[in-house]
Design a protein around this ligand. Structure first.
Ligand SMILES: *Cc1c(COP(=O)(O)O)cnc(C)c1O
Length: 394
């Protein structure tokens, strides 16, 4: 038997050789369109803080006030003595924001998926997921013990074939859960939600939609693509995160009162975990309040920046962008790393996204536009991108 430490070292060496090794970078400033690393300033095209709220005065004040009122820690799990009034307020606001009866917060988006899916589905049930859903949703589905089927990204034909099979398989006893994202995290494209709703209704399935990258950015209230498409009453489980557009940290489920009561009673990552800390709940609450006032204006700013970027990346495209996430597909992992380094040298933070975040051979740059960018910032991307396109062997 090889000693484990030796084995770990060897695995890491292999990862390095495959250009898949990952390292942490220390950021020495607050989040924003500009960040400081190693005493140098970078224009940050990698953040999910789309509306620029993570370091917004009002949101920070929300966190600070919550710490003053409720302390630094919440003391226990929600079901013991950690269910602070602040959490209840936040959940009421989230339910109103999402246009549903109730909402429930978890400490992270990851814990939200991991707790929610397995308490709803078990062996005898079928979970059907889009091939590109986030790792948290896949992990939750695996943990449930239900049969898991994956359909090619946004492929409605394949999905229907799977749903027909699932319908027969579960019989009268089991249930079917269809899971997708409204805006995909690494591709920036949208799920065909209307068609997915029609399909899940035809086969009596439930639909869970993760709005991590669309909450804050779509719809009249800004609650997401589900709202924009008028599907609030047809999506049984809306999932969201507080760490992206809302500038804080945490995750939530929004849906019926029954769903939320059920999660309170059954979701293990909710029950067996300390309640979200006051600072992050206070910040999220302040962010929701801010969005009521300034959301539309902020959205307009970022969408017009995204339009600029899209014009630059696809000079002929007149289409409006589907999201603030712009993938620039490279393919080869080493080349993606190399390109990301070129950007870094030019003072631009544009991360290379590699396996296992995306499939092998699908490495890419992921450029995100956020509220604090200027047109000039976006212009800075042009020359490194152009030099790469020229070198590219097609
Ligand atoms: C970020 C993300 C999550 C996880 O949320 P955290 O709060 O960061 O744990 C879940 N789903 C999607 C699509 C995400 O992008």
């Amino acid at each position: 038997m090889k000693p484990l430490s030796q084995e770990l070292f060897a695995r890491l060496e292999k990862q390095r050789a495959d250009h898949l090794y990952r390292q942490l970078r220390s950021v020495d400033s607050a989040q924003g369109a500009r960040i400081e690393m190693n005493r140098r300033e970078f224009i940050n095209f990698s953040s999910n803080d789309y509306l620029g709220l993570a370091n917004h005065e009002a949101v920070k004040e929300g966190a600070l006030q919550a710490v003053r009122d409720y302390g630094a820690g919440s003391g226990a799990s929600r079901l013991i003595c950690g269910s602070l009034k602040l959490h209840h307020l936040l959940e009421e606001q989230l339910a109103a924001f999402k246009g549903v009866e109730a909402a429930l917060c978890f400490s992270t988006g990851y814990a939200t998926a991991l707790g929610t899916i397995p308490c709803l589905m078990a062996s005898g049930d079928v979970i059907v997921v889009d091939k590109l859903v986030h790792a948290s949703l896949l992990d939750g589905a695996r943990l449930s013990g239900a049969k898991l089927r994956v359909f090619q990204h946004n492929d409605l034909g394949e999905l229907e074939t799977i749903l027909q099979w699932a319908d027969k398989t579960v019989g009268s006893e089991g249930n079917i859960l269809l899971i997708t994202e409204s805006v995909f995290s690494m591709d920036g494209d949208q799920a065909p939600l209307r068609e997915l709703v029609a399909l899940k209704e035809r086969y009596g399935a439930w639909l869970m939609v993760d709005e991590a990258h669309s909450a804050g950015l779509f719809g009249q209230r800004g609650s997401g693509l589900i709202e924009e498409l008028g599907l609030v009453n047809q999506v049984e489980i809306q999932m969201g995160t507080l760490g992206k557009s809302l500038g804080s940290a945490g995750g939530y489920i929004a849906g019926s009162r029954t769903l939320v009561d059920y999660l309170i009673n059954r979701a293990r990552s909710f029950i067996f975990s300390t309640a979200p800390n006051p600072a992050s709940s206070g910040a999220a609450l302040a962010a929701l309040k801010l969005l009521e006032k300034e959301g539309a204006e902020r959205r307009q700013v970022v969408w017009s920046l995204a339009q600029e970027l899209r014009r630059m990346l696809l000079p002929l495209s007149k289409e409006s962008p589907a999201s603030l996430i712009h993938p620039y597909l490279v393919g080869d992992e080493q080349q993606a790393l190399c390109l990301s380094k070129t950007f870094l040298e030019a003072g631009l933070m544009v991360p290379a996204i590699r396996y296992p975040t995306v499939r092998k051979g699908q490495a890419r740059l992921r450029i995100t536009v956020t509220h604090g960018h200027t047109i000039k910032d976006i212009e800075c991307l042009r020359s490194p991108l152009q030099s790469f396109s020229k070198d590219r062997i097609q």
